[in-house]
Design a binder for this molecule. Structure first.
Ligand code: 8YV
Length: 337
């Protein structure tokens, strides 16, 4: 009997959903959440025809160099900055991600984090738990309003638009900046006004980052950009930590150049800059924007469907639902092997 393709699953991910791979492949799983070293990833990929990975697993030329059988990598996540797509394409390896299934859940969370930041919810809870609430005071823990405020959205893709839709229910004015301006009809549908990058920082009461990260926009939000925010403004990041110069943000927060920040993502995850940890006016969450049970399961299910199809199995054989580098398919790569 012909050998079944072998796939590597880099993290524990809903055993019942991952179990669907068993029908087609020999699965090498990972029993506990693991920070795999670059060499360990290379070793795992060397033996694999396909892999299911998460944002913790950085994969580039060094990891796929010796992976002569590897044909497909399914990333569990819409963001894929952990993958060097050019290196994968050059090696004839198809990569996929998990768009759409997380849009609404992630937009919910972005809105929630913005509100928690503006209304000082976690700070207030800490204050209460720490026993400071001895007498109710009219002037304590005053925050900024959401309703009627101006929301700035940097990155108007699927999730950015989801946040804009939520904003309309709160009577917010929505400004956005994006690599390219959206068609008129989409702007109208989201009641969103296109502005330049600088204007977005200058005019937003609450600014939310929802754009993909790449080395090209590393520290896009630097000291100069932060200096454009007004002292009552808040900054929320649910995209990737590398978009913000965290040292400059800590300086700006400490100096009161903006009111507060809400951060779900960090440059050195899971490590968090100790200066941010020490600040009162920052809401910190451990990269959970897509973390509803239904959505995390749907993300894994989509990644599984991608991997099965990319390795030419199942009803969609050869047609994975969300390919990232179709050129790896077009070029033949290793897929015709
Ligand atoms: C995921 C995310 O939880 O999809 C993304 O880009 O950042 C999160 O929703 C994460 O990527 C899991 O790998």
């Amino acid at each position: 009997m012909a050998e079944r393709p072998r796939v590597w699953v880099s993290q524990p991910l809903f055993a019942d959903v991952i179990g669907r791979l068993d029908e087609h492949f020999d699965v090498v799983g990972t029993a506990a959440v693991t920070q795999h070293s670059p060499d360990a990833i290379a070793a795992a990929l060397r033996e694999a025809d396909g892999a299911l990975v998460t944002l913790n697993d950085a994969i580039g030329a060094a990891q796929v160099g010796g992976a002569s059988r590897l044909r497909a990598i399914a990333n569990v996540g819409v963001g894929y900055n952990n993958l060097d797509l050019a290196a994968l394409s050059a090696a004839g390896i198809l990569a996929t991600n998990t768009p759409d299934v997380l849009t609404e859940t992630t937009a919910d969370f972005g809105f929630a984090l913005m509100m928690a930041t503006a209304r000082r919810i976690t700070e207030a809870e800490r204050w209460l738990r720490d026993g400071h609430w001895r007498q109710w005071s009219f002037e304590s823990l005053l925050g900024g309003d959401i309703h009627g405020a101006t929301l700035g959205i940097l990155g108007m893709g699927r999730i950015g638009r989801g946040i804009a839709r939520r904003a309309s229910g709160f009577g917010m004015r929505v400004l956005y900046h994006n690599r390219s301006r959206l068609p008129d009809a989409v702007e109208r549908e989201h009641a969103a006004e296109y502005v330049g990058f600088e204007a977005l920082f200058e005019r937003a009461d609450h600014l939310v980052l929802v754009l993909p990260y790449s080395p090209a926009n590393h520290h896009l939000v630097d000291a100069a950009a932060l200096a454009r925010l007004r002292p009552h403004a808040t900054l929320t990041n649910i995209a990737r930590g590398g978009l913000i110069d965290e040292a400059a943000l800590a300086d700006a927060l400490a100096a009161g150049r903006l009111a507060a920040a809400g951060l779900d993502v960090f440059e050195g995850e899971p490590a968090v800059n100790p200066r941010l940890l020490a600040l009162r006016n920052v809401v910190l969450t451990p990269h959970i924007a897509s973390a509803s049970l239904a959505t995390r399961r749907a993300m894994v299910a989509l990644a599984v469907a991608n991997l099965i199809a990319a390795l030419d199995r199942g009803p969609d054989a050869g047609r994975p639902p969300s390919p990232l580098n179709a050129e790896a398919l077009a070029g033949g790569g290793k897929r015709s092997a």
